[in-house]
Design a protein around this ligand. Structure first.
Ligand SMILES: [Zn+2]
Length: 68
């Protein structure tokens, strides 16, 4: 559910604020591939990473958590 809300918000804003940078750890539950992405957290706590899908074409089944 987390990922869906992230993806729906993709590139909605033209302006990216300099604050709220976070690292996001994404692990594919299908093939186990791990991605570390930089996301931007907005004022509502929503995180945008721009991540679309895994190499295995999975685009909805992930473990997602912030890093450090
Ligand atoms: Zn995968």
């Amino acid at each position: 559910m987390q990922l869906e809300s992230m993806m729906l918000q993709e590139v909605k804003n033209d302006v990216i604020t300099p604050s709220g940078r976070v690292k996001i750890h994404i692990r594919c539950r299908n093939c186990g591939e791990v991605f570390i992405l930089r996301g931007v957290k907005d004022s509502r706590g929503h995180v945008e990473t721009g991540f679309r899908r895994c190499l295995c074409d999975n685009d909805r089944d992930f473990d997602i958590e912030p890093v450090g």
